[in-house]
Design a protein around this ligand. Structure first.
Ligand SMILES: NC(=O)C[C@H](N)C(=O)O
Length: 459
């Protein structure tokens, strides 16, 4: 007997049909994706968004079924039977049309055709009707849930870091500014000595580029913390790996003294959560990989991830400099091409550690043994290149206060170290890049529900 009913509804989801037995009653609601009319029976392939698989409904052909077309929303009740191909199907006693599909009237996708992602992206509001995109969204949901569960097991506290902030954590000037649109409001709120455009908050305010500094403030009282929040970067980049609005998973660990502890944490977390995702959402994952023409195995799950110093990585690149179309720069980090070369060369993801001071932000801890280097790491992965960036944080008050790039309004950040300071370290992971790594989806715009990028903020 099938008992999987959602508490608030009288119908079941197609994803659960595998748990049914022949003869069980089943009722379902979904969109008709395809119809075949034979002499006596009509066959509806329906999908309800719970799985990438189609589910077949069989019903006798009569005058009512004439009106059913692809796209019609139906409600059907009947008994589960096994089809000749071994799949479960529903032999319906009753099928009710809940809404017409009207696909002939301008619907941009044809049920039988595989549309390329660039075309699908032109119709953002209808993308969820595309099977591979729906699978991607379910996978995204599960991946977030698994990460939250994992962090909870480790007793990290999730912090909702603010989206509006006065600081540019990364100091790279890639911030979007926020101010009220209403001139009247700005005038109403104006104060002496405050520029009119800043009169709402009395300061310039930006969309956050990273929740790190706020996480640090919380970690100094709570211990380990993390966040999974939107981050914004005002970059003029058309790259398939960048968005103006993306989600970043960030964690801050207390009593962290060595970078190897941080790289060890990241490696274990990514391997464990990915293996859990494969267990729970293997079907959606494979469906996304197949739609992206990507390989289905993830060899990085079963190899150790080596650690290279920046100098070692640079030497390797210099030795192979003829292989690159991009020049090797000692001031600006590696290009995507160079990152991917290093990963291919080591046949594994790699952590690059001990970066030159001038390439990294003010908050990173300077090495005692070499003041030209900071305790920072980048995790480089196949397909996407840099997936995570992190560091030990500078906990020496005098060094931090005298850093030439320390923003003026960060006295509070320095003060964290003064009152019961502890060594901390942390990292950020671009969540969409992680999804690209898993699914092989080429463009980051296709792993987020509503992508925002230069010249495009639709809906
Ligand atoms: N939390 C982190 O360490 C991430 C870092 N702030 C970044 O944006 O790269």
């Amino acid at each position: 007997m099938l008992l999987i009913k959602r508490f608030h509804s009288s119908f079941q989801r197609i994803a659960h049909v595998g748990k049914a037995q022949t003869g069980d009653s089943f009722s379902v609601k979904g969109w008709i994706k395809n119809i075949r009319r034979l002499k006596n029976n009509i066959f509806l392939d329906i999908n309800d968004g719970s799985t990438s698989g189609r589910f077949q409904i069989v019903l006798p052909r009569d005058s009512h079924t004439q009106k059913l077309t692809s796209g019609t929303v139906v409600s059907a009740q009947g008994k589960i039977q096994v089809a000749p191909n071994g799949h479960y199907e529903l032999h319906a006693d009753a099928v009710e049309s809940l809404a017409d599909g009207q696909l002939q009237d301008g619907f941009p996708f044809s049920p039988k055709q595989k549309h390329p992602p660039e075309y699908v992206r032109e119709h953002l509001h209808l993308r969820s009707r595309i099977d591979y995109f729906a699978a991607q969204m379910r996978l995204r949901h599960k991946a977030q849930k698994i990460i939250h569960d994992y962090m909870d097991e480790l007793e990290f506290v999730q912090i909702n870091t603010p989206l509006l902030t006065t600081n540019d954590c990364e100091g790279a000037g890639e911030v979007f500014r926020v101010q009220p649109d209403s001139e009247d409001l700005l005038k109403q709120m104006s104060r002496p000595n405050v520029p009119l455009d800043q009169s709402y908050f009395d300061h310039k305010v930006f969309l956050t580029v990273s929740g790190q500094l706020h996480l640090e403030a919380m970690s100094y009282g709570l211990g380990n913390t993390y966040t999974m929040a939107p981050a914004f970067r005002a970059e003029n980049s058309k790259s398939p790996l960048h968005l103006a609005e993306f989600y970043m998973f960030e964690a801050e660990l207390v009593h962290l003294k060595h970078l190897e502890e941080l790289s060890g944490f990241i490696e274990k977390m990514l391997k464990t959560t990915t293996n859990r995702l494969i267990e729970t959402s293997g079907q959606d994952l494979q469906f996304c990989q197949a739609s992206a023409d990507a390989k289905q195995d993830l060899p990085w799950l079963s190899v150790p991830w080596p650690v290279l110093t920046y100098d070692e990585a640079l030497d390797t690149l210099i030795k192979h400099k003829e292989s690159f179309t991009t020049p090797i720069s000692q001031n600006e980090g590696f290009t995507k091409e160079q990152e991917l070369f290093l990963v291919a060369h080591c046949k594994a993801p790699i952590f690059v550690i001990d970066w030159p001071v001038q390439q990294k932000p003010f908050y990173m801890k300077v090495s005692e043994s070499n003041p030209q280097r900071v305790h920072a790491l980048d995790l480089l992965m196949p397909t996407v290149g840099e997936l995570c960036g992190g560091s030990l944080r500078e906990d020496d008050v005098s060094r931090l206060s005298s850093h030439p790039q320390l923003p003026k309004d960060l006295a509070w950040y320095v003060e964290l170290r003064k009152f019961g300071g502890v060594p901390t370290g942390g990292f950020g992971m671009g969540f969409e890049r992680y999804l690209q790594l898993l699914t092989g989806v080429k463009n980051i715009r296709d792993v987020i529900p509503f992508p925002r990028y230069p010249h495009s903020c639709r809906m």
